[in-house]
Design a binder for this molecule. Structure first.
Ligand SMILES: [Zn+2]
Length: 278
């Protein structure tokens, strides 16, 4: 599933290609994709794309201040941009045709197809964005904000980091990377962190996300990608490979139905609850 770094790069690659373009046609090929009134997509025709922004794991395509297409790629969907004449596959859920002869397509080649889109007039009032937590790369996300989120929270750090209502945009992969960088166990409870550990965690969030954006961008150049680029990660998806810091094999636990990877040595100290399983 794309997370904040992936979506930031998608946004930055797409913006110079399609911002300023006028929509010439919209085609929705999957019932259930558009969660607002389905006929709302027709209102995009004739409108110029002014900006692309990201909020949490959502991308917003803004056609002026009063019309926005909001997209969530969920697990498998990705965005494609290219020539209109290029034959669409049956996996193409949404096709936005621009006057320059290109298409933006939302493609979901695996089942279940879960991606969702909304056409809204007021982005700030858009229902899916209402319960999102802090944006971790904004200046407003200070160490004190993070302290407020973890202090007193009797929940494992992995769950705190991936809770979209607390911090928006971090998923399974980058939560693991952040906790590795902070040298904190994923099963450590938020309320047990010392002030110093809170600061390490806060710093690791920003550093990890910025590092990932640069790594992904370095690999893609100006080309869109159809699955997340994760070859540079230190622990996530690296079960059994040596920890880049200490050489201990990276461990894996199934946690809330998702894989959690960590270094038992680097992330086991500081009075944390020792991770179990393997
Ligand atoms: Zn290690």
């Amino acid at each position: 599933m794309p997370e904040l770094p992936d979506l930031e790069v998608v946004k930055d690659i797409l913006a110079p290609r399609i911002v300023g373009q006028t929509v010439r046609g919209v085609e929705v090929n999957r019932v259930g994709l558009v969660r607002t009134r389905a006929e709302g997509v027709a209102s995009l025709v004739g409108r110029e794309l002014h900006a692309i922004s990201r909020r949490g794991k959502y991308l917003a395509f803004s056609f002026g201040s009063d019309l926005h297409l909001l997209v969530h790629l969920m697990r498998w969907a990705w965005l494609w941009h290219g020539e209109h004449g290029y034959p669409p596959t049956t996996a193409t859920d949404l096709r936005v045709a621009f006057e320059d002869g290109t298409d933006l397509r939302l493609i979901e080649a695996r089942s279940p197809r879960l991606a969702a889109a909304w056409v809204v007039s007021d982005l700030n009032a858009a229902e899916p964005l209402q319960n999102l937590g802090s944006e971790p790369l904004l200046e407003a996300f200070t160490v004190d904000v993070l302290r407020g989120l973890v202090a007193g929270r009797r929940r494992p750090l992995k769950r705190v980091l991936t809770d979209q209502s607390l911090i928006a945009g971090i998923g399974n992969a980058y939560a693991d990377e952040i906790l590795f960088r902070a040298r904190l166990s994923p099963v450590r409870y938020g309320h047990t962190l010392t002030a110093e550990e809170q600061e390490h965690l806060w710093r690791a969030i920003g550093d990890t996300l910025r590092w990932a954006i640069a790594e992904i961008r370095g690999r893609t150049g100006d080309d869109l990608f159809e699955r997340e680029i994760r070859d540079f990660l230190s622990v996530h998806g690296r079960k059994g490979t040596p920890c880049p810091e200490c050489g201990t094999p990276i461990a894996e636990i199934l946690y809330d139905g998702a894989r959690t990877n960590y270094c038992p040595r680097c992330q086991g100290g500081s009075g944390g609850i020792p991770p179990r399983g393997g």
